[in-house]
Design a binder for this molecule. Structure first.
Ligand SMILES: [Zn+2]
Length: 323
């Protein structure tokens, strides 16, 4: 039997009864999703960028497991992780109270404002002389086209099953633990893991081969959250963006975030210092990562927050709504 297919993701077996839906570069999924068979119902982790990708994801999950989706976990409020929620009617949506509030207050308006801004951003990356690496261009085009393909008036159902600390979703075959350690990548981040199979789903707390986005979060808090992640019983990890990985990549993400902190702290707190920082080259070890334009945005965001206290503020990056 051939597995389910979609232009928006490819299915990657992770363990017995666990799959990753890894976003294709050109599709309308943008983020990765996880699928876990509890034995009676299915858990899906993150719903992708568009209702179209979400619908394919739900169909794939139910076909792979033979069980209806009973729970959808939202790792955080960013659009590429929650706009597929609409394709999961009558499914309990699990996340924190903060994520619920951000979806109710910001996620829908973010979609509408992105619909306005995306045509000019698409024109910019397609302009003669645009310098984006080829893969970046493909991924950004898929992202922006996905926003334009999202039906007007799309609502984003908000979480209705709230987690504080930890919530266990238990079925006859296994359990999934849904956990929050607070906010690092965003004001509130949720992860999930399957203890008996040592599999974790980290949302955007981990990106592999992609620059993460730090502009809506706090790099230092993020590093501490990843310290907590290293204490969990997990080995194989599905990141929010990029291929399957493990704790080695968690360490790399921490090093990336610490590098931002070091570079930002070393820059003089003057307009000239900020200007010089804005000309920083992407360090060699992160040079091949996709979402290359995020590096300078991240660096300046960390620099600006050094002087402005550390309360997480949900500011959109110039790239719409996260990721
Ligand atoms: Zn995100």
């Amino acid at each position: 039997m051939s597995g389910p297919t979609s232009p928006h993701f490819r299915i990657v077996p992770v363990a017995d009864g666990v799959w990753g839906a890894v976003a294709t570069d050109e599709g309308f999924g943008l983020c990765n999703s996880g699928i876990v068979d509890l034995g009676d119902v299915t858990v899906v982790f993150d719903s992708m960028l568009t209702p179209q990708a979400g619908a394919d994801l739900r169909a794939a999950a139910e076909r792979l497991t033979g069980h209806p989706v009973g729970y959808l976990v939202n790792s955080h409020w960013h659009g590429d992780h929650v706009r597929g929620n609409i394709s999961f009617p009558s499914v309990r949506i699990v996340s924190t109270r903060t994520v619920r509030e951000l979806i109710e207050t910001r996620a829908v308006t973010a979609l509408e404002s992105e619909r306005e801004s995306v045509p000019s951003e698409l024109a910019a990356i397609r302009a003669p002389g645009a310098t984006l690496p080829t893969r970046d261009r493909t991924v950004f085009e898929g992202w922006f086209e996905g926003i334009l393909a999202t039906p007007k008036g799309t609502v984003i159902p908000a979480p209705d099953l709230l987690v504080e600390g930890e919530l266990v979703l238990r079925g006859p075959r296994r359990e999934v633990r849904v956990v929050t350690f607070g906010g690092g990548h965003s004001p509130s981040d949720v992860l999930a893991y399957v203890p008996d199979l040592r599999v974790g789903f980290l949302g955007d707390l981990l990106a592999i081969g992609f620059h993460p986005s730090v502009t809506d979060g706090i790099a230092a808090a993020w590093v501490r959250i990843l310290d907590s992640v290293r204490g969990l019983p997990i080995e194989r990890i599905l990141p929010g963006h990029g291929p399957l990985g493990g704790l080695r990549e968690v360490g790399e993400m921490q090093e990336y975030l610490r590098t931002l902190g070091r570079l930002a702290a070393a820059a003089p707190r003057t307009p000239e210092g900020r200007r010089a920082l804005a000309a920083t080259e992407v360090p060699e070890r992160f040079g091949s990562w996709t979402f290359r334009p995020f590096f300078l945005e991240n660096l300046l965001s960390v620099y600006d927050k050094l002087g402005a206290g550390t309360a997480p503020v949900a500011t959109g990056s110039s790239a719409p709504g996260g990721p």
